[in-house]
Design a protein. Structure first.
Length: 200
């Protein structure tokens, strides 16, 4: 188990033990990496969309053709609200449902279609990540999680769906909303103009 995995396990056990002892009321909602409007610090965050909309190569950690679950931020937020308003959720760990896991290449293709650009993928291997991590703390911390991108990383929200229902937002719609938000956040005019010309 990784250092971060051990920490997550310890925190979850501490919270659930406090709940069982009647010290607090708690439930735990989990999700993989999130993306969407307002999400900047994620594997599919500011670096991903800034590169995409500027017509540059879009970075993706690890292997491009391995399935990797992602959660649309608004689905995750709604899921946490549901957990926080249902007593039957208390004292348990819940995986909030996500749309089907896609590969990095597929996510980049969907984002490219939503933006009306022809994006190129850039696989970021472990060695390069370690080198970049020498001067970037966020990338340095990402090295430990690289295994999630080199092997299938899937997420099972069936327990949540059986209890509360709900349908995750399809990735193509989530990407459309994410791209629209990043356009409004201040994309260089030149890139936006190039995108409009491609659409036309």
């Amino acid at each position: 188990m990784t250092r971060k995995g051990k920490l997550r396990k310890h925190l979850a056990e501490t919270v659930l033990a406090a709940h069982a002892q009647g010290q607090i009321q708690a439930t735990i909602g989990r999700a993989p990496d999130v993306y969407g409007p307002g999400v900047r610090t994620s594997v599919v965050g500011e670096q991903f969309f800034t590169a995409l909309l500027a017509g540059k190569r879009v970075p993706w950690l690890g292997k491009l053709d391995v399935p990797h679950a992602l959660s649309f931020v608004e689905d995750f937020a709604r899921g946490l609200i549901v957990l926080g308003t249902h007593e039957q959720a208390l004292g348990q760990v819940w995986h909030i449902p996500t749309a089907q896991a896609l590969t990095g290449r597929q996510y980049i293709a969907l984002a490219s279609e939503a933006a009306g650009v022809q994006a190129r993928a850039l696989a970021v291997p472990g060695l390069l990540l370690r080198v970049l991590g020498l001067t970037n703390a966020v990338l340095r911390e990402s090295v430990e999680l690289l295994y999630e991108f080199n092997e299938p990383y899937l997420f099972d929200g069936s327990k949540y769906i059986r209890a509360f229902g709900g349908i995750p937002t399809p990735h193509h719609e989530a990407m459309r909303q994410a791209v629209a938000w990043y356009w409004k956040s201040g994309v260089p005019k030149a890139s936006k103009q190039a995108s409009e010309e491609m659409k036309g």
